[in-house]
Write a protein that binds this ligand. Structure first.
Ligand code: GTR
Length: 421
């Protein structure tokens, strides 16, 4: 039995869901630097405003990370006949750090067979273990602590045989393979366990000498996950079957936050996709609707650096808002998926962030998204370099989301080589 027993506290009751009562708010202009200078060119954005915003998000929200360290990659298993011969499935052990306490990220890779060259890939973190993304009984069970909740039915934070494939709906391996994409995933707990207690596992532990973990700006779990995604991309650069220049980082909810932060920091990611990423993801923090900074820092204190906690109920004091996170991806494409009933994540607040990030894309001569919030219809994908859709239903990522995401990826040439679009 795991020694850490922790279940995320329930959502609070004091949540604003009444659109008519959302107070007006003013967003900091993403194109005005801290000293008041207007940013008027792509060069000035890159040279000045982008580094400044990366610094601000590191210091005030997610926490600083150490510089990249080299990874060691070992192939733990290969099955060339997975999914009835549609894909080759590999499990890689990607080691971060040296010696005692190094982190071993167990990376699950599904590559479509018969491709004409290296394939594009979607890379994302899973919540409950690699064995939950597909029912294939040969996939290794996760090790260590896993979250426990009524939904998972996982007792005592132990990975179980019964939980195999339980999140397969979020990881449409066959759909992606048939469309020419690899799928790569890693269990969050291998990178950084998702609980607020002391841990002797993951990248923050492996690299514990690199940073003072008690500092107000030291990395929280979201930064650790983002760092881990970059280390997995390092490993993918060593796999000839995958085109590392066409890797989309994707995540749902807490991992949508991590996907956006990973792609903001690491420009090797060709595309970022965030579903239901909400508070501290794509949602504007200043909009008083759904989950807010006070809620998230109370329920999940370990996701952020300590400095972020000071913005609980003081969102207006943040020198930026989450539209600046999306803007950090410019000029690369970014896709935001939300769901009608996922009010906690504030679908409208996510769309408003997309709109407010668009002027940065314009600096690069690209259009982001231009649609009025009132015009949004369900199941329609909007936008150009910033994509957005809202589907019916609640907090999840489903094949219906992937259909829009695949069309968007193809439109931006993140597709099988030789395929036309
Ligand atoms: C919620 C949390 C959200 C979101 C979600 C998830 O309870 O408040 O910000 O991250 O968990 O990851 O499913």
């Amino acid at each position: 039995m795991s020694t850490v027993r922790w279940v995320s506290p329930p959502r609070p009751a004091d949540v604003d869901y009444d659109e008519a009562r959302v107070p007006p708010f003013e967003l900091p202009d993403v194109l005005v630097a801290s000293d008041g200078t207007r940013i008027a060119s792509a060069e000035a954005w890159r040279a000045r405003r982008r580094p400044e915003l990366l610094e601000l998000f590191s210091r005030e929200v997610y926490g600083r990370t150490p510089p990249p360290v080299p990874v060691r990659v070992a192939v733990a298993s290969v099955d060339e006949q997975a999914c009835f011969g549609l894909v080759t499935r590999r499990e890689l052990d990607v080691t971060v750090g040296e010696g005692d306490g190094s982190a071993v990220l167990r990376v699950l890779v599904f590559v479509p067979r018969g491709a004409r060259g290296p394939v594009p890939a979607f890379l994302g973190i899973n919540l409950l273990g690699n064995h939950t993304v597909h029912p294939d009984p040969k996939i290794r069970l996760a090790t260590g602590w896993v979250p426990q909740s009524p939904e998972t039915g996982i007792p005592d934070h132990e990975p179980t045989e019964a939980s195999r494939g339980m999140h397969a709906r979020r990881w449409p391996v066959e759909l992606l393979a048939a469309a020419g994409y690899a799928l790569v995933t890693v269990y969050a707990g291998d990178i950084d366990p998702d609980h607020p207690y002391a841990r002797e596992r993951g990248v923050r532990y492996a690299l514990r000498d690199a940073l003072d973990l008690d500092a107000g700006d030291a990395w929280g779990a979201i930064s650790a996950w983002a760092y881990g995604l970059s280390r997995v991309l390092d490993a993918l650069e060593q796999l000839p079957e995958i085109d590392a220049a066409r890797v989309a980082v994707i995540g749902h909810s807490r991992f949508g936050k991590a996907a956006l932060w990973a792609a903001a920091r690491d420009e090797r990611f060709a595309l970022a996709v965030a579903s239901g990423s909400g508070c501290a993801g794509a949602k504007l923090s200043r909009r008083r609707f759904g989950e807010r900074v006070a809620h998230i820092t109370t329920r999940f204190p370990h996701w952020f650096c300590k400095n972020f906690h000071a913005y609980a109920d003081r969102e207006d004091a943040l020198p930026f808002d989450q539209h600046a996170l999306l803007a950090l991806l410019a000029p690369r494409p970014v896709y935001i998926a939300s769901a009608e009933q996922d009010l906690w994540a504030d679908p409208k607040g996510e769309l408003l962030a997309c709109l407010a990030a668009s002027p940065v894309y314009a600096l690069f001569g690209r259009s982001g998204i231009d649609v009025s919030p009132e015009a949004i219809r369900l199941n329609v994908s909007y936008g150009d370099h910033i994509g957005y859709h809202r589907r019916p239903g609640g907090h999840d990522i489903l094949a219906a989301d992937f259909w829009h995401v695949l069309a968007f990826a193809r439109r931006h040439a993140i597709q099988e080589s030789g395929a036309s679009h």
